[in-house]
Ligand binder design. Sequence first.
Ligand code: SF4
Length: 896
Amino acid sequence: MDMVKVILNGKEVETFEGETILNLARRYGVEIPTLCYYEGFVNGSCRICVVEVNGRLIPSCITKVSDGMRIETESARATEARKTLLRLLLKNHNHRSKEEQMRCRICDYAVKYGLEPAPVISDTKVDDTHPAIIFNPSACVMCRKCVIACSIDQSNDVIAVIGRGSGTRVGFDLDAPMGVSSCVSCGACVDACPTGALMEKDWVPANKVIETTCPYCGTGCQVEYGIRDGRVIWARGSYGHVNEGKLCVKGKFGYQYVNSPERLTKPLIRKPGVPKGPLNGRPIHEVFREATWEEALDIIASKIREILGKYGSTAIGGIMSDRSTNESIYAFQKFMRCAVGTDSIDQSATLCHEPSAWSLATQLGYGAATNPIRDALNSRTIIVVGSNMNETHPVIAAYVKRAAKQGAHLIVVNPIHTELARYAEYELLLRPGTDVVLFSAMAKYIIDMGWYDREFISKHTEGFEDWIRSLDVFTLDFAEEVTGVPKEAIREVARLYALERPSMIMWTLGITEHENGTENVSALINLALLTGNVGKPGAGLMPLRGQNNVQGGADVGCAPGRLPGYQPLMDPAVRRRFEDAWRCRLPSFVGFRSTEVIDMARRGLIKMLYIVGENSIRSHPDSKAVAEALSKLEFLVVQDIFLTETAEYADVVLPAASAALEDYGTFTNTERRLQLTRKVVDPPGDARPDWWVFTELARRLGYDMGFRSSSDIMRDIARVAPIFGGLSHERLEREGGLQWPVSSESSSGTPILYADGFPRGRARFRVVGWRDFDVVMERLYPYSLIIGRERAQYHTATMTSRSPILKVIWRGPVVEMNPEDMRTEGIEDGDVVKLVSPAGEVPARVRASSRVPRGVLFTTFHYPELLANALVPAVLNPITKTPAYKDTWVRIEKIK
Ligand code: SF4
């Protein structure tokens, strides 16, 4: 990069050729007005950023510096030009409210340059059809930032410039009211609009703004929250490593849960004689009484001592929340292992991506995504499999859609049609549960055609020959018959993946939540190793994590047998090191996963459970069995921000602070990036951060964990786990998020894993088999029920159902069914039917949907009115104990 010298407002400064004048000025702290400027994209339509360069007026946002330039940002000619432009913009420009005027940069600049701001006319005609956003065309100056935000940056393609001549305007879906358009409510247009023409309906100015990490999915978007009178009043995307200002509807409008009057504010203790179970409308005070922290913690500590005395530490288990911080999760596992003496601790990975983590760790070395999310923009081929990412990970989908628009080959593989497929070159609609066959057939075809990477395989892998032999059965004809995907498409997709490199594979729970989830993931890893698509920019294997900190939860050791930094509990040298560092005796047995622990509780083997932020009744399979298990416990502690359905079974309920908004610490996103989460507001009432509670309980049990702040905990993590050796809160404050491994202070993290080889020496091909469906079961239960998610809801909706705007946008408790199947079954749209599986039956309202093919149904587990997980059979992946949610087969019975 050539360095050049320029004169900026009379001072000589150095910069690199190619930087824009606007960027240069900003780096040197010189403010230049902007309206249409959109970081990362060329616009250059408004000209408010004109500066004088060597006597000429030019727009600074699109002009690159060159050696010897004399730049004047506030020369008389430049300011006069801005004033002329402002006068033109202020014509036909008015606001509907004072608040809208406060959001208008034109009005701000008008005041700065001595002009009158635009008037407020309260009866201005607006489009207020959207539940959260209002559009005032009279304030719009056609700067087109909303078009870039919606249709280029977010690739949602809702807003466009429409009309001609004086009728030119921005429109939604060409010309629909915003509220009935295909708007996905991400709020990007609102955050981008410089005039307030598009803004939140109830916006008011904030007293302060604090940046933190979104509390919802594993993307890890950075968000700025506006705070007024101690309450969060709005959110907007900030320019973080991951999201570059983008948010989805949950990040933008899902913060209101934190202000909910239903928040738990005091420890609660079950009243004597009140049976455990659903409140069924009873007021909380009839079931629980309020207590002080002292009393609640003393009761828990004495109950732990009693159960340890009676049954030993094998009778106690814990399930920790992945919505909590790394620091709190680390404190939990240390408390459970050192103070209680049990290794039966787990987090939600077992319920979702543990098959990804296990297969990636076993075959490559680390149980995590290999590349950064934004690397999708460097891929030439992207396969998205088992993922409705437009709904589950909208910001990641934005990058994938943009990559496709820029020419990458996008292949979408899923049993149901997804919105993402609109951008795909190939959509493979495969029969549910046949992923191994499809990907093994692709591998066999690549080998047959000689398209594999011989050099990579011989230098970096083992087990190739054994694996090749196992592929004989996976011919294209066999794959077409089993998967339902035409063999021509399999051939072409295999060619693109092998030859149009770098190629990336992304997946979510459509791959992992099967009895053979580890095999599914291994089939993808084998394909990447075969073609050398690992350890390179634009390539790699990307499991997209569902919860904000599910990656971190596993990283810091909240899993049976795995100490922080993926160090094995039963390795004698590792044990010694941890016992010295923690000054405690570690459990001498590998504990049980959450799915096993629940079953053990049902069988009377587990007597006490400590559940933090996990609504197990609704998130675990076979809800009836979970309820039975929780009822049988001698003692149940639930720590949460709301009284969930699970908390209704608790003996003691502890009020937690919201990790994302009321605590300080870190979350690790799906690309292994640790990012800070900051205290935005105070927790309500007596609610406390999770780590504080575990520290206090450990102290009561005679073990001082030595934590006085969450920064102490991060120091402890860095001390015991080499992959975090160079991390501290201070460093993250200074440098922003970093991707592990960050082994030392001098390491700047590892964006791409395995670029320098594999930690286990060689990566391993894994032979994976496939078992055909049970024909009898298929006759009895002919529909594959896909239990997924929808964009505006999250998990069991504990938080999203307390965010009023998200509640307006939700799709509701329905099961989607193909209209042809409905005709065959004699069902009308809106009918209530009974879904019956071998595990149970639930009533559900049917909605006709052409996105599900015949023989497939789709629903979510967000709604208590439709307990979809009650239908999931008690079948677990034999290695990771992950429930086979996606192997749920049902029949439909009409309700008379
Ligand atoms: Fe939050 Fe995920 Fe949405 Fe980003 S994509 S705003 S992290 S929920």
